[in-house]
Design a protein around this ligand. Structure first.
Ligand code: FPP
Length: 236
């Protein structure tokens, strides 16, 4: 039975996968080995997500500001992403994962664009998990570009043009900022920051973040859900 991505029972989780560089340098390794270990962490989390109640997973793989990194690191990241897409496509197909890449394509090299197109086409029927990888992604640019595509600007129209709203946003690596990721979609996301470096993140860490999420009282600007007897007690 295909999942309905708009169902409340399936969560949209976004992850800012931070800490690869520190994980590597802390071990006396080059940063790129941290990114490689980060790919393994992504694989573990994608595998664990559907059985954890996650229907949509948006991973921040490369921000539009990451072009500022040394060219050797940028090249390595681009190659890693192309290899990841090639290697993971059969696994995604087998696991019912639909893979989509969000962000700009015009600055990516032709090989990576081809790997993206191939992975997206092959995994399109997947309904267990909608995996969105943000590559050359800027939330501010995404909002601008969606707004520019609308015949008439309204909040509802823009809401429809943007991606699905996030329920939970996790950032690993100890920093507490959004770094231009899913700014519109995170309007009512619960935020979980963890000191775990991304390469150490696994199914147990995802489960811990989801446990914390489920303890939160999501009010969306309304008042707390207080049982009637307790409201009465305040009035007495
Ligand atoms: C942040 O760590 C991580 C990135 C900029 C890249 C994230 C990429 C991966 C996990 C590999 C590619 C992923 C997939 C799924 C193909 P950082 O380098 O900023 O770490 P630091 O803050 O410790 O320096």
């Amino acid at each position: 039975m295909p999942i309905n991505f708009t169902e409340q029972s399936t969560l949209h989780v976004g992850i800012i996968m931070d800490g690869n560089g520190r994980w590597a340098t802390g071990r006396g390794l080059p940063r790129i080995l941290g990114h490689r270990a980060g790919v393994e962490a992504a694989r573990r989390v994608v595998e664990a997500a559907p059985d954890s109640g996650v229907g949509i997973l948006t991973l921040f793989a490369f921000s539009s500001d990451n072009w500022r990194r040394p060219p050797v690191e940028v090249d390595a990241l681009m190659r890693l992403m192309a290899v990841y897409l090639q290697n993971e496509t059969p696994r995604c197909v087998a696991q019912g994962v639909r893979l989509e890449v969000i962000g700009r394509r015009d600055r990516l090299d032709a090989k990576l664009c081809a790997a993206i197109a191939q992975a997206e086409a092959a995994t399109a029927p997947g309904r267990r998990l909608w995996l969105r990888m943000a590559v050359d992604y800027s939330a501010r640019d995404a909002i601008l570009s969606a707004a520019r595509g609308l015949p008439e600007l309204s909040r509802d129209a823009l809401e429809r043009a943007m991606g699905p709203p996030l329920d939970l946003l996790i950032r690993t690596g100890g920093e507490r900022r959004l770094s231009d990721f899913q700014l519109w979609e995170s309007a009512y996301a619960e935020l979980v920051f963890t000191r775990t470096m991304w390469p150490d993140f696994d199914a147990a860490a995802l489960a811990a973040a989801l446990r914390e999420f489920r303890l939160r009282d999501r009010r969306f600007g309304a008042v707390p859900q207080v049982p009637v007897y307790r409201q009465q007690a305040w009035l007495d």
